[in-house]
Design a protein around this ligand. Structure first.
Ligand SMILES: [Zn+2]
Length: 345
């Protein structure tokens, strides 16, 4: 299958181990050059914007867009981003409709898509095919899944004050141990996050002062990362964690129209529809936040859902099915857009 062969070609850039195409590196440039060549072969009109994002248009109309990114984390996997690009080229070539877009540097904060939405013009709709990067579809026995939204997140630091003291001479009852207090808060946060559906909370870094083996900690700082699929749940977590809103990204909801088109095409293939929220950020979230009706189709991850690793894997059959669904959704959304256009005229 051509899609798989192209994934291999992209994966070979940089020589391994794993994918090494960090945003705006010569390796990402090389991947863009390959994709640009495939788009030309498909008869698409090529354009590159000021941020280096690559477009391949089947017509001059703004229309329906599909695509993803070609940058990777260091020693990343074969499918993250690249699958959505090769599938998009395949779907647009197959249907003769729509535009392929390859956004620059997604992995370090969706740099390309953020630059793009500031300038526009924005598409009528955007569909991104992506590997799930988690174990849920495999757990549900589903080859593909329809994304309902992309989680929002907030990050911050919590400081717990106590009183430093001698580890040998201060009786347990007289202590004000900042680290013990912090430990209780972290355990409470863990319990509370478990009670909120699809929410997650992580403490990844902790520091005790003064940091002596024989000194009761007087002050502790720890980091918090909380994520949830909607504003209400995210706000609850932020309040529970005791952090502020300054380092936060709002959750992005996928468009009911695009979700509907994805659902119908999955059902048309005799599969039950599995819906899920994305715990990772994606370019589709940036477009959705900018007002573009957006949707995502996830492809089942194997190997326990591992991602950002050379062990990242999806099966050939699942990839083929996802490309079929994407092509059909592209046609369906384009037909809707054409009808709306006719209605206006
Ligand atoms: Zn990605």
């Amino acid at each position: 299958m051509r899609v798989l062969d192209r994934l291999d070609q992209l994966y070979a850039i940089g020589g391994g181990p794993g994918a090494n195409r960090v945003g705006y590196s010569p390796e990402e440039d090389e991947a863009h050059a390959l994709a640009s060549g495939w788009m030309e072969e498909a008869g698409l009109e090529i354009e590159v914007d000021l941020a280096g994002n690559l477009f391949g248009r089947s017509s001059s109309a703004v229309g329906i867009w599909t695509g993803s990114h070609l940058d990777s984390v260091p020693q990343g996997g074969k499918f993250d981003g690249a699958l959505g690009v090769v599938a998009a080229i395949e779907a647009v070539e197959r249907t003769g409709r729509g535009t392929v877009v390859v956004f620059r540097e997604e992995e370090r904060g969706c740099v390309g898509s953020r630059a793009f939405v500031e300038r526009g013009p924005l598409p009528d709709a955007f569909v991104e095919l992506h590997i799930e990067q988690g174990p849920r579809l495999a757990g549900a026995g589903a080859p593909v899944g329809v994304v309902t939204g992309i989680v929002g997140y907030a990050r911050g630091e919590v400081i717990v004050e106590g009183a430093a003291g001698h580890a040998g001479t201060t009786p347990m009852d007289d202590r004000d141990d900042a680290l013990v207090k912090a430990a209780r808060s972290i355990l409470r946060l863990e319990e509370e996050a478990r009670a909120i559906p699809d929410a997650v909370a992580t403490v990844g870094r902790i520091e005790a002062e003064p940091g002596g083996i024989n000194v009761i900690p007087g002050r502790v700082r720890y980091s918090v990362d909380v994520r949830a699929p909607d504003r209400e749940r995210l706000d609850r977590l932020i309040a529970l964690a005791g952090i502020d809103h300054s380092h936060a990204a709002a959750p992005a909801e996928m468009s009911p129209r695009v979700i509907g088109a994805l659902r119908e095409e999955v059902e048309a293939r005799g599969l039950s529809v599995v819906e899920l929220a994305s715990g990772a950020g994606h370019d589709a979230g940036v477009l959705a936040a900018a007002g573009v009706p957006s949707g995502m189709l996830f492809v089942r991850s194997l190997n326990g859902g591992v991602s950002h690793s050379p062990d990242e894997l999806s099966s050939d059959e699942d990839v083929a099915l996802a490309v079929d669904v994407l092509s059909a959704v592209l046609l369906r959304l384009q037909a809707d857009a054409d009808a709306a256009q006719q209605h206006l005229a």
